[in-house]
Design a protein. Structure first.
Length: 368
């Protein structure tokens, strides 16, 4: 396979790569925190960029990298900003993936399995030694982006830790992390954190429009995606909105399930071609259970992810006792789903089993 044909593990299908994203929406605080440290001469060698998946963490990392490599003079003209003229030589090199002082570490391609590896291996990190040696001769600052740091295996994590403990001069290491708790505590302690927040509805809409995915279903999309542009794009790419509406129609009959409708839904998740729908169905069932648990504690939600959802959640989860039952079911079904996928359980069997467990819980909570 040619290098150009290898999928990029840090690219969301149907969206621009983070290095190609022109504007970062909704993360002004994280930008300001970095610029304040830079302007005060407190630029850490390690930065941990955290937050939910799909809210712009990688885009922020690429904008910081471009900013640093373009050798900026902060505050000389107007307000400090990470913006760099796209025609700047360093910006063009970064866009082309050819900047000699930027190294990107991500999950590598496995020639044996013809798939991306499931983790970042130590070999990908060992290449930093050559990078630091060669880029030193070029002069100027060097930047490393690790995306995502929570995909580092143990040996790779230890290799990154060594670089953080004794960083080469004029080097900045940017670690993107969806789940920072999975990182070594010593890695976290040697980095300054930049926290990226979930996007509000307006910023989410702007981000989707920029990515080429404008949507008229902004309320449902923002609710389901939970402020993640990445999740919103996945929902749009794989018909997540109509699928969630289908689930709500099925669950509207609770505490009793329409058996034929449940069978049709389960059967639609069978086969290689339906693998994406199967995964999306599992994710949306998990989201429904989470929203049911929250409704029991906080009341009927203000925003709906599908027509009739708010009324359904209020009926199924009227109190904190029901909330605890739905939260426990979510945990149980998450474990069941993970195990079922690991042992290649028939998708229809797994989906039906989950639906019937939801029916059992609804019978208990509605009657309570």
């Amino acid at each position: 396979m040619n290098d150009d044909d290898i999928p990029e593990p840090d690219r969301i299908a149907g969206a621009p790569h983070p290095r190609e994203t022109a504007t970062l929406y909704g993360q002004s605080k994280a930008e300001a925190d970095f610029l304040e440290a830079f302007g005060a001469g407190r630029l850490h060698s390690g930065w941990l960029i955290t937050g939910p998946r799909g809210v712009g963490k990688a885009t922020l990392a690429w904008k910081i990298a471009t900013f640093l490599l373009a050798n900026p003079e902060v505050g000389l003209f107007g307000e400090p900003s990470l913006a760099v003229d796209p025609d700047h030589q360093d910006a063009r090199l970064i866009q082309a993936g050819a900047h000699p002082r930027l190294s990107l570490i991500r999950r590598p391609w496995d020639d044996k399995t013809k798939k991306l590896k499931t983790e970042i291996t130590v070999d990908a990190v060992r290449g930093l030694k050559n990078f630091f040696h060669l880029s030193a001769a070029d002069g100027g600052r060097r930047v490393v982006i690790v995306d995502a740091a929570d995909e580092l295996n143990r040996n790779a994590a230890n290799a990154i830790l060594k670089e953080l403990e004794e960083p080469p001069s004029d080097t900045t290491i940017l670690l993107v992390a969806h789940q920072p708790s999975r990182l070594l505590p010593t890695i976290r302690s040697r980095c300054r954190e930049l926290r990226c927040a979930r996007l509000g509805a307006d910023d989410l809409q702007k981000a989707l429009t920029q990515a080429g995915h404008p949507s008229e279903q902004s309320e449902s999309l923002a609710t389901l995606a939970g402020g993640s542009a990445g999740d919103a794009i996945r929902l749009l790419n794989h018909d997540g909105l109509p699928l969630y509406a289908e689930l709500m129609k099925l669950f509207d009959g609770l505490p009793h399930i329409d058996r034929p409708a449940a069978l049709r839904l389960a059967d639609s998740c069978v086969g290689r071609a339906a693998d994406v729908r199967f995964g999306m169905t599992l994710d949306l069932i998990d989201l429904f259970l989470s929203r049911a648990a929250r409704a029991g504690l906080m009341g009927e939600p203000n925003a709906q992810a599908a027509p009739g959802e708010a009324r359904l959640l209020a009926r199924l989860s009227p109190n904190d006792r029901a909330a605890r039952a739905w939260a426990q079911l979510q945990q149980d079904l998450t474990d069941r789903s993970r195990h079922g996928r690991a042992v290649n359980l028939d998708p229809a069997v797994l989906i039906l089993d989950m639906i019937f467990k939801i029916e059992e819980t609804a019978q208990a909570t509605v009657a309570a």
